[in-house]
Every structure is written in structure tokens, then in C-alpha cells.
Design a protein around this ligand. Structure first.
Ligand code: SF4
Length: 180
């Protein structure tokens, strides 16, 4: 796998200050995509154990809430092994850090259906999945952590446990003073 960018103080892609990894390679080719250069699987820099070590070091800082995976497409089958290896090592050291992922694939139809291979271990590390492609006609700038209205903020552990899609409403609770 190659990656396009790593941001070490990202406040736009999940709650709190986060490290964000933008992987290379995406087959969705959404019209109006925010990161078209990362469609190419060969774009950017090779993702190595050194990259993993460096990300884990960035995430270890006390002010960092967790890691966000974006792209490109972090669920493309050819990107999954490298991402899972990163999550495996990160969670072994810092299980309290949250993991968010953005995918153009759908949680139910594509990911848990097995269409993209066995994603059980990958999903076991995720807290929130923002799913679905960016749809320009449904673009809405007022949405937090999403570009278009079709995309869903999915609470992954709750959804896996209940067998149906549970949306992540945490940030709304915090807004109303009812958050954790
Ligand atoms: S899924 Fe994301 S990275 Fe891929 S084309 Fe759509 S908006 Fe761009």
C-alpha cells in the first residue's frame, strides 16, 4: 500500500485532535471528490513498518484522541492488509485511542457482506465508520464529519452487536450537554 498524507493534528475528521492517514487508491471515483490525486494506488509514499512506528508515536501523545483512516479508500481489498496491521499494532499499545474510518463502501451491502473479503478483524478495531460515496448532489456543508447527506456515521461496535445499523449520535449528545 502507498499513502498520500499523514496529518498529526487533524480536528476535522472525528472528535478531538486526531492523527489522520490518507491511504492511496480508490476505485469509487466520486464526482467532486476532495482528494482525486489519491485515486491512484501508486500515488504517494510506500507504507512501511517505519510508517506504522511513526503513526503510533504520533497517536501516543496525550492530546491525541485517536486515528482516522481516509483516502483514497481504506477498505479497498488491496489496502486492507496494511491498514489492519497498523490497527493491530496500534490497538495492542493504545487500546483507549479511538479509531474512525471513512469509506465509499457501504457497511451493510459491501463490508459486512463479505464482498471485500473478511473484514472481521478490521471492524473489531473500529469505533466509527463514515460510509458511502460522496454524492455531489447531496453535498451539505453544515454536516459534521460528512460531505454529503447519504453518508452515515455508524457506531461499529453497537451495530455489530445488535446486527443492525446503529448511528453514532455522540457528538449531538455532547452538543446538548448530554454527552459522555
Ligand atoms: S470514496 Fe472518497 S476518496 Fe474515493 S472518490 Fe469518493 S470521495 Fe474520493
Amino acid at each position: 500500500m502507498n499513502y498520500a498524507t499523514i496529518k498529526n493534528n487533524d480536528i476535522a475528521n472525528g472528535p478531538g485532535v486526531r492523527v489522520s492517514l490518507f491511504v492511496s487508491g480508490c476505485t469509487h471515483h466520486c464526482k467532486g471528490c476532495f482528494n482525486e490525486v489519491a485515486w491512484d494506488f501508486d500515488y504517494g509514499t510506500p507504507f512501511t513498518q517505519e510508517t506504522i512506528d511513526s503513526i503510533i508515536d504520533m497517536v501516543s501523545k496525550p492530546h491525541i484522541k485517536g486515528l482516522t483512516l481516509l483516502g483514497g479508500e481504506p477498505f479497498e481489498p488491496q489496502n486492507q492488509p496494511a491498514v489492519v496491521e497498523l490497527l493491530r499494532q496500534l490497538k495492542a499499545k493504545y487500546p483507549e485511542k479511538s479509531i474512525w474510518a471513512f469509506s465509499g463502501y457501504l457497511f451493510d451491502k459491501d463490508i459486512i457482506s463479505g464482498k471485500l473479503g473478511d473484514t472481521a478483524e478490521y471492524l473489531s478495531y473500529l469505533d466509527v465508520l463514515v460510509d458511502g460515496p460522496f454524492v455531489e448532489a447531496k453535498r451539505n456543508l453544515s454536516l459534521r464529519f460528512r460531505g454529503s447527506e447519504n453518508q452515515r456515521l455508524i457506531d461499529v461496535p453497537a451495530s455489530l452487536q445488535s446486527g443492525e445499523i446503529v448511528l453514532w449520535e455522540d457528538w449531538q449528545g455532547q452538543k446538548k450537554g448530554m454527552g459522555k
